[in-house]
Design a protein around this ligand. Structure first.
Ligand code: 1GP
Length: 270
């Protein structure tokens, strides 16, 4: 469980000499117990952040239950490790961060929240309205906001539909450059290029490279990344964080998941 203050979380998100992996947990497609088990396997494999969220079917109940179960399990693993001089209890200090579709997908038990503008949405709901609903509860609960420009690229999947996004195609180099500069000019600290969960094609390396060249934001890439090789292409193009969701949900056996993620993370940075 993450034990440091808000400014440390931002520092952690923005500072690393290597690209890192985020496991995305969708509370709508697994029980909180399954989610916690998968997070344990991911942390042992080397994942460095846990996102909790999904485009549909999330609300404060299932999100909060899931975040609580993950936090309690990480705390227990950390305590167990602290009782054994050959174990590293610090490895369990992994932030649990909300990745919300709307303001109701909130949990005060989270360490942080991606406070995002879906920049290429055509709906004010995703540009500012949900953010207005969420701002006060987030502040009151002392959950650290991680400011984010969120841009949905083709094929876009569910989030493209639900978020009413004008999808970016792989030839939209000037447009993605403008979004990146716009995000930086707004003062956001991160930008996320999203192809949509389960996408048949991840975000193209050309788009990632264009963002990397045009701004100094911490760059997250996700959607349709199923193997270490695809992750490595995104990292070579400039991604700082690789997010995977579906990859994890296919496993009921924790050990198998751990081995798969270990290979994924090694290949991602090779
Ligand atoms: C969705 O980018 C993430 O927001 C993860 O996508 O489920 O395809 O890994 P996948």
């Amino acid at each position: 469980m993450w034990s440091s203050e808000g400014s440390d979380l931002l520092n952690y998100v923005h500072t690393s000499s290597v690209a890192r992996h985020i496991i995305l947990i969708d509370p709508d497609s697994q029980t909180s117990e399954e989610a916690a088990k998968r997070c344990v396997a991911a942390v042992i494999a080397g994942s460095k952040m846990i996102f909790v969220g999904g485009s549909t079917g999330t609300d404060s109940n299932n999100v909060h239950e899931t975040v609580k179960a993950i936090q309690e399990t990480l705390e227990l693993c950390s305590w167990n490790a602290s009782q054994d001089s050959s174990s590293d209890s610090e490895m369990w200090e992994i932030p649990v961060v909300l990745f919300p579709a709307a303001a109701n997908a909130f949990s005060p038990a989270a360490d942080g929240i991606t406070f995002m503008m879906l920049m290429n949405s055509t709906s004010p709901k995703f540009l500012i309205e949900e953010q207005l609903k969420g701002a006060t509860p987030i502040k009151q609960a002392n959950v650290t906001p991680i400011s984010m420009g969120y841009v949905v690229c083709a094929p876009g999947g569910k989030v493209g539909e639900v978020g009413e996004a004008n999808l970016i195609t792989k030839n939209d180099i000037e447009l993605i450059t403008s979004y990146a500069i716009c995000a930086e000019s707004y003062g956001f600290s991160t930008i996320y290029l999203e192809a949509g969960s389960g996408a048949n094609q991840p975000v193209s390396p050309e788009l990632i490279r264009a963002v990397r060249k045009s701004c100094n934001l911490t760059l997250l890439v996700g959607g349709g990344i199923r193997d270490g090789k695809s992750a490595s292409i995104a990292v070579d193009a400039g991604a700082d964080w690789i997010v995977t969701g579906n990859l994890t949900e296919g496993f009921s056996d924790s050990h198998e998941l751990q081995t798969t993620l270990q290979t994924f993370i090694t290949e991602m940075n090779s």
